[in-house]
Design a protein around this ligand. Structure first.
Ligand code: AMP
Ligand code: ZN
Length: 114
C-alpha cells in the first residue's frame, strides 16, 4: 500500500534496523523502544488490522509468532520471559495500520497493561 509506513520500510524506502527477515515477514527494532528489546514483526503483505485476517492467513500469523519467539530466544529472553502484543484499532493504541507483532523483553513487564 503506497501510503503505509511499514510497506515503505519493507520496500526499503525508509530505513529500519532489521533483525530478521524471511519470505513472508520482516522484523526490525521499534524506533521508540518500550523495553531493552522491542522488535516489531511485520508481514510483507499489507494487512491493515487483525480484523482483516482470514483463515488463509493462519500460517502467516503463526510465522509471525514463531519469528517473535525466535528473536526473543536470540536475545536470551526465552527463559526469563518476553511479551508479544498485537494492538487492534484506536482504543488499543494502534497507530500504524499494517499489522505488527510487538516483541518486548529485558525488563519486568507489568500486568494488566496500561
Ligand atoms: P502500534 O501503536 O501498535 O501501531 O505500534 C506502532 C509502533 O511503530 C510504535 O511502537 C512506534 O514506535 C513504531 N514505529 C513508528 N515509526 C517507526 C519507524 N519508522 N521505525 C520503527 N518503528 C516505528
Ligand atoms: Zn502496509
Amino acid at each position: 500500500m503506497s501510503n503505509c509506513l511499514f510497506c515503505k520500510i519493507i520496500a526499503g524506502e525508509i530505513p529500519a534496523a532489521k533483525v530478521y527477515e524471511d519470505d513472508r515477514v520482516i522484523a526490525f527494532n521499534d524506533i521508540n523502544p518500550q523495553a531493552p528489546m522491542h522488535v516489531l514483526v511485520v508481514p510483507r503483505r499489507h494487512i491493515a488490522t487483525l480484523n482483516d485476517l482470514s483463515a488463509a492467513d493462519d500460517g502467516l500469523v503463526g510465522s509471525m509468532v514463531r519469528a517473535g519467539a525466535q528473536i526473543a530466544r536470540a536475545h536470551g529472553f526465552d527463559g526469563p520471559g518476553f511479551r508479544t502484543v498485537f494492538n487492534c484499532n484506536a482504543q488499543a493504541g494502534q497507530t500504524v495500520f499494517h499489522i505488527h507483532l510487538h516483541v518486548l523483553g529485558g525488563r519486568t513487564l507489568a500486568w494488566p497493561p496500561g
